[in-house]
Design a protein around this ligand. Structure first.
Ligand code: GDP
Length: 364
């Protein structure tokens, strides 16, 4: 599955947020399977009202949402790239995630120490980013010699890689994260193989005080500006409120949110933002037994989408009976869609669309 790493300086609210995420998942466990994989790794359901609607139409006995995995990556401090704090250990963990949720302290509370003794979210962002860039610089510099030798020896792949590495180095030395590297589509794979910490898409999570949960505050607005400038995404939430919401039942939740002037829980917004950040979309499988959501990357073709369910589905793929979400709902389900001629038979080249209701035909 897809993994989102939670990073940030100490005492910004990472653990509070992570615990709220896993508690929400636990509180919904009756309908929503979840798991805490390791103490710092948890899978949470991606909220999607379409799934409930589909289950209602098909009278499905069970609803199974798709999930996103969050990893609480503690120990990032100034000097981490030089082995301070948990140092290399956490750098290795970041390497494994697909995206980074960067939690930034935007709340004032004299009882909670700030590591730098002041609330300054933009400087905090820079501190974290600098550590990650230093780690990337070091890892790239290590590769240059070897690649140069191979490139001189006439190895074409090494030559291309060296070119990419040198461009990334230049960018990093200019103080810019690797995700800003201009690259051709055909270089994307090689770029990803470099495993650079600053190559991951970033979502800024502004942790604001309770009163600012609905509209944010001056600190979070500065972070939003910053995010906008770099084409990143930001959300403002109150980790404290989220940890309270996490313990409530579904009905209590609605009331509580209403009194706070919130339309939905911040965590739902966060989960969805993480999903968008990763360019993920959802397709559904629906029947009387269960209505289930599956995650794929935008642009995935039908056989690979089927492979998310089971590798046999991909290997033996014949075709996919496909109904768009709106058709499925307005035409009253599969039979209605079929009668109306809205059930399509799609082949191997079909690019799955967000919301498709699919039934795969395959050889075993
Ligand atoms: P981490 O080190 O980033 O994981 O931070 P924690 O989640 O452990 O939070 C550090 C301290 O800040 C804890 O005492 C939290 O209760 C407190 N804290 C977290 N979020 C908020 C918040 O939104 N408002 C206030 N006032 N305190 C918070």
């Amino acid at each position: 599955g897809f993994k989102c790493g939670i990073v940030g300086l100490p005492n910004v609210g990472k653990s509070t947020l992570f615990n709220a995420l896993t508690e929400t998942a636990a509180a919904q466990a009756a309908n929503y399977p979840f798991c805490t994989i390791e103490p710092n790794v948890g899978a949470v359901a991606v909220p999607d009202p379409r799934l409930d609607k589909l289950a209602e139409v098909a009278k499905s006995a069970q609803i199974i949402p798709t999930q996103l995995t969050f990893v609480d990556i503690a120990g990032l401090v100034k000097g981490a790239s030089k082995g301070e704090g948990l140092g290399n250990q956490f750098l290795a963990t970041i390497r494994e995630v697909d995206a980074v949720a960067h939690v930034v302290r935007c709340f004032e509370d004299s009882d909670i120490t700030h590591v730098e003794g002041r609330i300054a979210p933009l400087e905090d962002i820079e501190t974290i980013e600098t550590e990650l860039m230093l780690a990337d610089l070091e890892s790239l510099e290590k590769r240059v010699d070897n690649l140069s030798k191979k490139a001189k020896g006439g190895d074409k792949d090494s030559k291309e890689q060296l070119d990419l590495v040198e461009r990334a180095l230049k960018l990093l030395r200019d103080g810019k994260p690797a995700r800003f590297l201009e690259r051709k589509a055909e270089e994307e794979r090689a770029f990803r193989m470099l495993g650079l910490l600053t190559s991951k898409p970033v979502l800024y999570v502004c942790n604001v005080e309770e009163g600012a949960a609905a509209d944010g505050n001056a600190f979070s607005k500065a972070v939003f500006e910053h995010a906008k400038k770099e084409g990143a995404v930001a959300v403002a939430i109150s980790a404290k409120i989220e940890s309270e919401i996490a313990t409530l039942s579904r009905e209590e939740r609605v009331d509580f949110l209403e009194t706070l002037g919130l339309e939905e829980a911040g965590l739902d917004r966060l989960i969805r933002a993480g999903y968008d950040l990763l360019h993920l979309i959802t397709y559904f499988t629906v029947g009387p037994k269960e209505a289930r959501a599956w995650t794929i990357t935008k642009g995935t073709k039908a056989p690979a989408a089927a492979g998310v369910i089971h590798t046999d589905f991909e290997k033996g793929f014949i075709r996919a009976e496909t109904i768009a979400y709106d058709d499925y709902v307005t035409l009253g389900g599969e039979a209605g869609a079929r009668d109306a001629g809205r059930l399509r038979l799609e082949g191997k080249e079909y690019v799955v669309a967000d919301g498709d209701v699919m039934h795969f035909r395959f050889n075993t």
